[in-house]
Design a protein around this ligand. Structure first.
Ligand SMILES: CC(C)(COP(=O)(O)OP(=O)(O)OC[C@H]1O[C@@H](n2cnc3c(N)ncnc32)[C@H](O)[C@@H]1OP(=O)(O)O)[C@@H](O)C(=O)NCCC(=O)NCCS
Length: 175
């Protein structure tokens, strides 16, 4: 018997209204469990727009150690995570910055430490599947055909609402 893939329903999530001013200084730090509700709001807001994959609270609590966050005056205004995929490959996932803090280098500062984390893990190559190729090209990523990746990385596709009409661009970067 074949089973049809089940896409996760992706309801609209309102962006958090920030108390902090958009000029506030931003620090990038490791995520804490207390950050999960805000991560859920930011990621799923963009996911509902079709910009990135959704995450459940369950997934976020399980993978909280993968995440870095951008902290402005005690409020989380952005995030990025590194997901190890195979012996020589890790994926940059869940890169998102609150609109009030976009265009200030916060996204770049969130992704840059992931290179060091990959190096420490002994992983030589990062990849991403994205609709923001210019942002990632500024970080040194280059576009590659999707089929070069091992089947293992397509696990997320099983629950993605786009599934067979995937428009994401595959990009890689040596660390
Ligand atoms: C993509 C995103 C994370 C970028 O965050 P950001 O903080 O605005 O980006 P930065 O200010 O760090 O930009 C870094 C560089 O990328 C460029 N850049 C960022 N977003 C860009 C875009 N949409 N188009 C073109 N260039 C872009 C910037 O001009 C900057 O270039 P520079 O280094 O030459 O000055 C942010 O727009 C976002 O959260 N988007 C919605 C969620 C999303 O699409 N995430 C990506 C999922 S894969």
């Amino acid at each position: 018997m074949t089973t049809a893939p089940i896409a996760i329903y992706n309801p609209p999530v309102a962006l958090p209204r920030l108390k902090v001013h958009s000029d506030a200084a931003v620090a990038v730090r490791r995520a804490r469990v207390g950050d999960v509700p805000r991560l859920y709001e930011i990621i799923n807001h963009y996911a509902a727009l079709g910009d990135m994959l959704p995450k459940t609270m369950d997934q976020l609590y399980h993978r909280i150690r993968d995440f870095n966050v951008a902290d402005a005056g005690g409020e989380v205004v952005g995030c990025a995570a590194l997901k190890t995929t195979w012996q020589d490959l890790a994926e940059v996932v869940s890169v998102a910055v609150h609109p009030d803090f976009q265009g200030k280098g916060v996204g770049k500062r969130l992704v840059e430490p992931l290179f060091d984390e990959a190096r420490e893990l002994g992983i030589p190559t990062l990849f991403t599947l994205t609709l923001q190729p210019v942002f990632f090209s500024r970080l040194g990523f280059r576009e590659v055909p999707k089929f070069i990746f091992p089947h293992k990385i397509w696990q997320d596709c099983k629950t993605c609402f786009k599934q067979d009409r995937c428009d994401e661009i595959a990009m890689v970067c040596s660390v």
